[in-house]
Every structure is written in C-alpha cells, then in structure tokens.
Ligand binder design. Structure first.
Ligand code: FES
Length: 341
C-alpha cells in the first residue's frame, strides 16, 4: 500500500512523493529524484537525520551514537532506516537545494601546495580553476577525495569558503600510516591531479539567530575555518561567536594566526584552545572541552552549538548539554572517524 509523504525543509520548501509499502524513506526519496544527504546508509552516521512531524513510522536499526533516547523521544529519524506506515510528513533541517539532483558532482583539481601546519596536520591546497563552474558548497560541508594511484577515498571538510578561483583547502591529520598521509608525505607533487566528489554532508552553518558556540576536536577545525572565513567575509553574523578547539598536545594546535585574525574581523569573537594532555609548558586550559564550558555564561541566553570532531568528543559535549538545566538552541554535529589505513 502506498503512502503519501511530504518532506519539509529549512528554506520552507515542501516536496511530495509516494512511498511504497515497506519501502525505506531514503530509497523512496532517491527514486523520486530527491537526494537526501547520506553517507553510511547503515543508521550510524546520522547524516540523513530528520524529524517526523506527523504520521507513523518504524525504524530498522539506529546506532545509539546516531540518535540518543532523547532524540528518539523527539521523533527524530534516520531516513535510511525509516519505514513509513501511514501518510506522513518529515522535517529536515537543511535547505531543499541540498537535495537537488545536482547535489554533488565529480570535480578534477590539481595540487597547488601541501602546507604542514603542525607536526600532525597538513593543509592540502587544491586548484580547481580548470573547471568552468564555480564549485558551490556550504562552509562546513565536505568532499570525498580519491587518493592518486589508488582506489582509496577519504572524506575531508573544506577549510575555506567557496570562491571564484575554485581554490580549495582541506585540513588533514597526518597519521603514522594512512593512505592519504602516506601519499602526502611520500609521493605528492605540486601539479598532481586529484579527483573528488563534492559537496557532501548536511553539516553547515544555518542562518544565525543566536550566539554561536563552535566546538572543534582535532581536524574538525577544518569545517569551522570555512564557516569562520565566511562569517568574517560578511563582517560578522550579528551575534557573538565562541570557538572551542581541543587537541591532544599544544604542538597539534594549528592555524592560530588565522584564528586570532577572526577576532579583528568578527565582532564578539572568542577563542578557547584546550589541550587534553601535555607537558608543563602549556599554561592554558587542560582536559576535555566540556570541562571548560561556563554553564553560567552559556545559560544566560540561548545559543546554537555546532560540533565537529571524533565521536567521543561529540558524545561528551552532547552529554554535558543534556545534563544542563537550561534550554539551548539548535545543535548540529558532524562526527568523523579518522581512518587508520
Ligand atoms: S546515511 Fe548514515 S545514518 Fe543514514
């Protein structure tokens, strides 16, 4: 039996389509040309998360890291795991344009530089100016890069904003033995061609209506560099912005001059670096990021929080928020697992 489904998006647009009996919501959307952002298709990454506004549904598998019990109570769903049981409507907190048929495309670029910005981090600079289109993406989204000379692909958030030159940056953690890390260390030459698919993901800066709290773990900073470049370019966003940036050792902190530069370009910008383990020379904040949130400060007025980093960091911040008595605004997060190979 078919059901009629409405998908409503943050830009106010609504798309309608039929769902066949027992069909997954994601499959039905794709069949109807609506490309809901997705990644794992296994109920783990939460990229396809939405909320059921009306109607009944059931979900096959939901990883506890993707949706918490509270999320489930709020009728949040994963489109890749949702079977629609009646006529229903769902809300997705991103613009409908993200779902257009031309959502992502294959792009070819050349390496213009590899800049080592800390002992553990590099910025890969790509030049895609040979592509006649300006590459569109929302700051915070990511690309899936094919590593030259192999079939391996790795995903990295854009570390800058879209621009007419199609000059792109990606912050990349250098692993002792990783496919991309080995390529960058051993074989990469300026002028190498790299293909990638972009834009991907639903983690991007929404319309700013409240103070912003941005929380980066390690190279999760990449997504925020893109967002902050964008805010700085616009001369601010009308609200204060506080960036927390956690890494293991002080030497892992990177792009500090760029971050300090935001203080001059973004009114109300604050920056708190946090080191989880380090020698005695570090005089700043130590431990884990939630230990340095000021509940009084944050509880004074609602805020929107964006989290990007490894799953344990994202989970610890979510748990901290759940334990607070105040109501914050919206929470957006992107978890990434750094590949070991
Ligand atoms: S695509 Fe990963 S949870 Fe649905």
């Amino acid at each position: 039996m078919n059901h009629k489904v409405a998908l409503n998006f943050a830009d106010g647009k609504t798309l309608f389509f039929p769902v066949q009996g027992n069909e997954l919501l994601l499959d039905a959307a794709l069949r109807n040309g609506i490309n809901i952002p997705l990644d794992c298709r296994e109920g783990v990454c939460a990229t396809c998360m939405g909320r059921c506004e009306s109607g009944s549904y059931a979900m096959d598998y939901v990883d506890e890291e993707a949706l918490s019990p509270r999320d489930l109570q709020q009728r949040k769903i994963l489109a890749c795991q949702t079977r629609v049981k009646s006529d229903a409507s769902f809300y997705f907190d991103f613009d409908s344009s993200l779902c257009s048929a031309a959502q992502s495309s294959d792009v070819q670029a050349v390496v213009s530089a590899v800049e080592q910005v800390s002992p553990s981090t590099a910025i890969l600079h790509l030049d895609a100016s040979a592509d006649p289109r300006q590459l569109d993406f929302l700051p915070g989204q990511y690309a899936r890069l094919q590593i030259p000379g192999s079939d391996a692909r790795r995903s990295y958030s854009f570390a800058n904003r879209p621009n007419e030159q199609n000059a792109l940056q990606f912050l990349i953690r250098l692993l002792p033995d990783g496919a991309m890390s080995n390529y960058l260390r051993d074989r990469c030459q300026v002028g190498d061609t790299i293909r990638f698919e972009a834009p991907l993901g639903a983690f991007y800066l929404r319309h700013v209506e409240k103070p912003l709290v941005l929380v980066a773990g390690g190279t999760g900073l990449s997504a925020f560099l893109g967002m902050l470049d964008d805010i700085a370019e616009r001369g601010g966003c009308g609200h204060p912005v506080h960036l927390y940036y956690g890494v293991r050792q002080a030497a892992d902190l990177c792009e500090l001059a760029r971050i300090e530069g935001y203080a001059e370009r973004i009114p109300g910008f604050r920056f708190t670096p946090v080191i989880s383990d380090d020698g005695p020379q570090w005089t700043g904040k130590r431990g884990f990021i939630p230990e340095h949130f000021d509940a009084t400060d944050l509880g004074e007025q609602p805020f929107d929080m964006y989290l990007c980093g490894p799953p344990p960091m994202v989970e610890s911040v979510k748990s901290w928020l759940d334990a607070q008595p105040f109501d914050h605004g919206r929470l957006y997060f992107e978890k990434f697992t750094e590949s070991n190979s």
